[in-house]
Design a protein around this ligand. Structure first.
Ligand code: AMP
Ligand code: MG
Length: 351
């Protein structure tokens, strides 16, 4: 299949004509990758089981890993969710459009092919103007997981999508680099207490402030135990992952730098290609290895923004091992550490 790429020069003033062909592809059951404020999504008609199947095939994604359905206006939720609890209404009011996905009991109309066989559906209303216009023009809810091949870091530029999806999908819409850089927060609102299934830019603290109470799924903090089925099935897969073996180093900054330098020296001596993930603040402290700053430690949103691009770069550089600094696990840091620990296969050491 030939993949067409179109570029939207002014995303904030995107015109309907520019997205007409993409919307047509979605209506006909095809696949279009598009920017959202979190990461690039791979979209298909969420009500069309055959179209959803194509997403799984293009990504090489296990079919029990459900897709998030994207809408362009809050009213559209009513056609998908069997029940909209008060907690969800409060969160919608505050954080839609935006990087927040909520899991609802699904209506019959949502096919099991979209929900990985679950009787719930995950729904998000993105704030990105291209995403919103595309969904509105397609006239259907758009199922869209991240537009990477399964097992690769999520794409934050159209170039990343091209690397993974060229020849496998009908179209890629290039709207420039995304803003946030990590996937949406997922909150399950089907039970008495809302549960965070995946941390993102809408933080646990923000949800707690809004609702008074929130729980966090154990799959976020540690590896999923044998035989346990996490509520967000995607959390059991080692995705977000670079090809290299990665180690996260925790502790007091000076010690962390010293430990990473020692590990890097040993690996270099062993003839390995060594990647180091540091921050702008510590960049000058590392004398050897392929050193990449992931952002400004004092501004963690910059770390979220660059995270996947840095992991992808180490794939391109064919790093054998990566040693990474770690971050405090609160606010957006919780999402950053969730992605980094998964990328490291939970391999964390204390400095
Ligand atoms: P991605 O679209 O690649 O960001 O992955 C979607 C994530 O949403 C995966 O981790 C899924 O497991 C999760 N998800 C989607 N639908 C549901 C659902 N109905 N219940 C729980 N988690 C879901
Ligand atoms: Mg994904």
């Amino acid at each position: 299949m030939e993949t067409k790429q179109i570029q939207i020069l002014n995303p904030h003033k995107v015109k309907d004509e520019e997205l007409a062909e993409a919307a047509e592809i979605l209506k006909k059951g095809g696949l279009v990758a598009f920017p959202t404020e979190t990461v690039y999504g791979l979209g298909a008609n969420g009500l069309d089981e055959e179209a959803a199947k194509k997403i799984y095939a293009a990504k090489g994604r296990p079919s029990d890993n459900p897709l998030i359905v994207h809408i362009s206006a809050p009213e559209e939720l009513e056609s998908l969710a069997a029940e909209i609890p008060d907690a969800a209404k409060s969160l919608m009011e505050l954080y839609w459009p935006g990087p927040l996905t909520m899991v609802f009991k699904k209506k019959e109309i949502v096919p099991c092919g979209t929900t990985g066989g679950l009787d719930t559906v995950a729904v998000r209303m993105p704030s990105d103007p291209i995403a919103r216009a595309l969904i509105r023009l397609a006239g259907v809810p758009v199922a869209a997981p991240s537009a990477n091949r399964s097992g690769r870091p999520s794409p934050t530029t159209a170039g990343h999508v091209w690397q993974d999806m060229a020849g496998r999908i009908e179209m890629i819409i290039d709207g420039g680099p995304v803003g946030i850089g990590v996937e949406s927060t997922i909150v399950d609102v089907t039970g008495p207490v809302p549960v965070i299934l995946r941390p993102g830019a809408v933080t646990m603290e923000m949800i707690k402030d809004a609702l008074g109470q929130v729980e966090i799924d154990p799959a976020i903090v540690g590896p999923v135990k044998e035989g346990v089925r996490p509520k967000a099935p995607g959390m059991k897969y080692r995705h977000y992952a670079p090809k290299a073996r990665m180690t996260l180093v925790e502790g007091e900054m000076e010690q962390v730098v010293r430990t990473i330098n020692r590990l890097a020296r040993e690996a270099l001596k062993g003839g390995e290609r060594v990647g180091i993930i540091c921050t702008d603040e510590t960049r000058s402290c590392y004398p050897a290895g392929m050193i990449r700053s992931i952002g400004i430690r004092a501004r963690e949103e910059t770390v979220a923004h660059n995270l996947y691009a840095v992991l992808r770069e180490f794939d391109d550089l064919e790093a054998d091992v990566i040693f990474s600094e770690s971050f405090p696990g609160d606010q957006i840091g919780q999402a950053i550490m969730n992605r980094l620990t998964k990328a490291a296969g939970y391999h964390i050491i204390k400095a």
